[in-house]
Design a protein around this ligand. Structure first.
Ligand SMILES: Cc1cc2nc3c(=O)[nH]c(=O)nc-3n(C[C@H](O)[C@H](O)[C@H](O)COP(=O)(O)OP(=O)(O)OC[C@H]3O[C@@H](n4cnc5c(N)ncnc54)[C@H](O)[C@@H]3O)c2cc1C
Length: 337
């Protein structure tokens, strides 16, 4: 069940090099209780990962599959999907079953089990808005645990799994996620780009919304299969109203979006572009020419190259705007110089 010295380059979408000392593919829940103790990391599709170098622990590669209807009434549908299901295929499957609600999150790479970890979001929707429960194996207490939606403490790119550092130490192995999808459906076109894409459609169907999201994403984001990347690399920083006002006085075009708590979310991509990093490389890595927020690996680079670029971009943005950007991906492995 446990393999030794496994190459992780094929398992991260930035295609950064690095080996793990021990590796196991988790294909059945019955394997959970037998996993050895020690440093570990739960790996899904590797699309939110910066591999800094070799990992001295155990990589548990999630491969649990299966999805089914749990319950349906006249208001909602409850669907459960195993953690190893591909996210986009799951979204398409719900639509094909006539259960809309996840269409704004179409084409996000990775697995279902990772969706609650950083509460994936795009085009005006966050996964947490549709999650009813997360089921996990607590490898410290050695038992199955269920997290209600409230217990997941979802926020912008945040959850209880990140709050406790479980996304780094692999204590909580998410085995499945239960989604609550609404019977009464209205398109969520709050996001301006999406509304524009569907402007000619008076009453778009859920599939039509998904197709529009897919079309926009294909135009904006590089396909990791052709140009390795981890999607938007930095979180959009959230600052208090006073800081946002000061920045907008200095930079009137700086996009700033009011949050329910009175703070403002700033557009990190805009700041990176203004700081001169859009389309600029540092060795084998760079910030994508069509979307400044995306860090790309052009081949032959290492995690150290990527981390050097991350610091350079953070420093440049901080020098100009006084805000330090926070990377979205998880950093794994010992840094090899
Ligand atoms: C082209 C591109 C576009 C993207 N667009 C978006 C976007 O629009 N919105 C967005 O939010 N993200 C986006 N991402 C980031 C990424 O797709 C998501 O974060 C996704 O949820 C990661 O899934 P994964 O299976 O690849 O997770 P991994 O990268 O394998 O892991 C990410 C984290 O989740 C943990 N984890 C994974 N599975 C489990 C599990 N079963 N149990 C416990 N912990 C687990 C890992 O330990 C790690 O900490 C994009 C990435 C790419 C490459």
């Amino acid at each position: 069940m446990i393999e030794r010295d496994v190459d992780l380059a094929p398992f991260n979408t930035l295609r950064l090099p690095g080996y793990t000392k021990r590796y196991c593919r988790l294909t059945a829940a019955s394997q959970l209780a037998g996993l050895p103790d020690g440093p570990r990391f739960v790996l899904g599709g590797g699309s939110n990962l910066l591999l800094a170098g070799n990992f001295e622990g155990l990589v548990i590669h999630m491969a649990l599959t299966g999805k089914h209807l749990l319950q349906a009434d006249h208001e909602t549908v409850l669907v459960e999907a195993a953690a190893g299901e591909n996210w986009h295929d799951f979204v398409e499957w719900t639509l094909s079953q006539g259960w809309p609600g996840l269409e704004n999150l179409a084409l996000i790479p990775g697995q279902v089990g990772a969706a609650p970890v950083q509460n994936i979001g795009a085009y005006g929707l966050e996964a947490g808005e549709r999650i009813a429960e997360v089921r996990a194996w607590d490898s410290q207490a050695r038992r199955e645990v269920h997290f209600s939606r409230a217990e997941c403490r979802f926020g912008y790119r945040h959850s209880v799994f990140k709050q406790h550092g479980w996304h780094l130490d692999g204590r909580m192995i998410i085995t499945s996620v239960v989604f609550r999808l609404p019977r009464e459906w209205r398109p969520n076109l709050a996001y301006a780009d999406l509304a524009r894409e569907l402007a000619a459609d008076v009453a778009p169907s859920p599939q039509r919304v998904a197709d529009a999201v897919i079309a926009i994403r294909r135009r904006k984001l590089p396909d990791p299969a052709h140009l390795p990347n981890a999607g938007s690399f930095f979180e959009n920083p959230i600052v208090d109203a006073e800081a946002a006002r000061k920045l907008q006085t200095r930079y009137p075009d700086l996009p700033a979006y009011a949050q329910p708590d009175g703070r403002f979310k700033l557009a990190a991509g805009w700041m990176i572009e203004r700081a001169g990093w859009k389309g600029r490389d540092l060795g084998a890595v760079g910030m994508y020419e069509k979307q400044a927020l995306v860090l790309v690996h052009r081949g032959g680079g290492t995690g150290v190259d990527a981390l050097r670029l991350v610091s350079a971009v953070q420093d440049a943005v901080e020098a100009m705007f006084g805000v330090r950007l926070k990377p979205e991906p998880v950093v794994l492995g010992r840094i090899l110089e």
